[in-house]
Design a protein around this ligand. Structure first.
Ligand code: 3PG
Length: 394
């Protein structure tokens, strides 16, 4: 991987692909995590005398400019975390962008408008990539979280300019490799979330490298049903029962232990603080749904964690967004955090709702590493080549 160490940025325009696709509320950034994580790269470029020109997408625009998807709403938050002035250009290509680059005062940072306002971004149009490349002497990619997209500002520009990985990109790859490619064993994966269908490839790919896989959340229901248990009104993919049985069989053949709930918390309503019952996993009433794993399951998960040296976490164990169905997720995450703090476990988490789920108990901050990536984290775990990483390799 080429890194910031490989180039001399003095007096150069440095295009940096970042991911400012952060949660906002009425134009105000509500979570600074992703912005905080790009600070080291931007400051290093500044320190080395380069002019940082930030490129990013925001959301998934479908018809060009959309005010609610303008990256301008991140300017204040960015200047707050960077402690440098951040200028904004209303287009990421053409005269507007060119002028903004030329007039950028030394020591300041420039943010260009949402790359996805142009159709050429998503289909990696060579002409659009050329337009972007015109703005810089170098290209730095600090967007692991978008590395699964073969878009112009991720892959196209990297092919046109001398390019390298930023510090966040480097760190993401290093930590994920430590957890997945050469982990200290035993290694355990927690795979949660709503649907088996969205994590089928993940489960299949984890069977070989993992010693244990804890399956939780809505997707565990499909596995319970595959074992012949009644799951009542629970979220369950009845068309995937054979697939679930195949996964269980393949795991057994590969000596990978699959941990499923032995007890469940059920309710008649999908609602915070609804009346609920804790029951054995095969006893979900016909009119109820499973919303969390029960305390016996949590104890089993903890004992597996105690025996593990490495854990990879993706997805919640229950309907964590409605209390008290965050209980199993919080308890298991808190245990991972304590083992990590005690130096007994290397813990890496990422993907979709995962970070929000882990932060509900405040446990996330004690994990060894929290990835900034959602979909890209998942694709990496699935064993896929990420185009935005491949393009930076020698
Ligand atoms: C993310 O939030 O995972 C990244 O910003 C990528 O966004 P995308 O899924 O819209 O490509």
């Amino acid at each position: 991987l080429r890194t910031l160490d490989d180039f001399d940025f003095t007096g150069k325009n440095v295009l940096i692909r970042v991911d400012v696709n952060v949660p906002t509320d009425n134009g105000r950034v509500t979570d600074l995590t992703r912005l905080d994580r790009i600070v080291p790269t931007v400051l290093e470029v500044l320190k080395k005398g380069g002019k940082p020109i930030l490129l990013s997408h925001f959301g998934r625009p479908t018809r060009g400019f959309e005010l609610s998807l303008s990256v301008q709403q991140t300017v204040n938050a960015l200047s707050q975390v960077l402690k440098h002035r951040v200028h904004f250009a209303t287009s990421c290509i053409g005269e507007t962008a060119q002028k903004a680059v030329e007039t950028l005062p030394e020591g300041d940072v420039l943010l260009l408008e949402n790359t996805r306002f142009h159709a050429g971004e998503k289909n990696n149009d060579p002409e659009f990539a050329k337009e972007l490349a015109k703005l810089g002497d170098f290209f730095v990619s600090d967007t692991f979280s978008t590395a699964h997209r073969a878009h112009a500002s991720v892959v196209g520009v990297a092919e046109l300019l001398p390019s390298c990985a930023g510090r966040l990109m480097e760190e993401e790859i290093k930590q994920l490799e430590a957890a997945l490619s050469k982990p200290e064993r035993p290694v355990l994966a927690v795979v949660g979330g709503a649907k088996v269908s969205s994590k089928l490839e993940l489960l299949t790919n984890l069977i070989t490298p993992m010693d244990t896989i804890v399956i939780g959340g809505g997707m565990a229901n499909t596995f319970l049903a595959a074992q012949g248990y009644n799951v009542g009104q629970s979220l369950c993919e009845h068309d995937l029962l054979d697939t679930a049985r195949d996964i269980l069989k393949n795991a057994k053949d590969a000596n990978c232990e699959i941990v499923l709930p032995v007890d469940i918390v059920t309710s008649r309503e999908f609602k915070a603080y609804s009346d609920n019952e804790t029951l054995p996993a095969d006893a979900c009433p016909a009119d109820s749904m499973i919303l969390d794993a029960g305390p016996k399951t949590v104890e089993i998960i903890k004992s597996h964690l105690d025996k593990s040296k490495t854990v990879i976490w993706n997805g919640p164990l229950g309907a964590f967004e409605i209390h008290p169905y965050n209980t199993a997720t919080d308890a298991a995450a808190t245990h991972v955090a304590a083992l990590t703090k005690a130096g007994k476990l290397l813990s890496v988490a990422g993907g979709g709702d995962t970070v929000a789920a882990l932060n509900s108990s405040n446990a996330g901050k004690d994990f060894t590493y929290i990835s900034t990536a959602g979909g890209a984290f998942l694709e990496w775990l699935e064993g896929k080549t990420l185009p935005g990483v491949a393009v930076l390799q020698y």
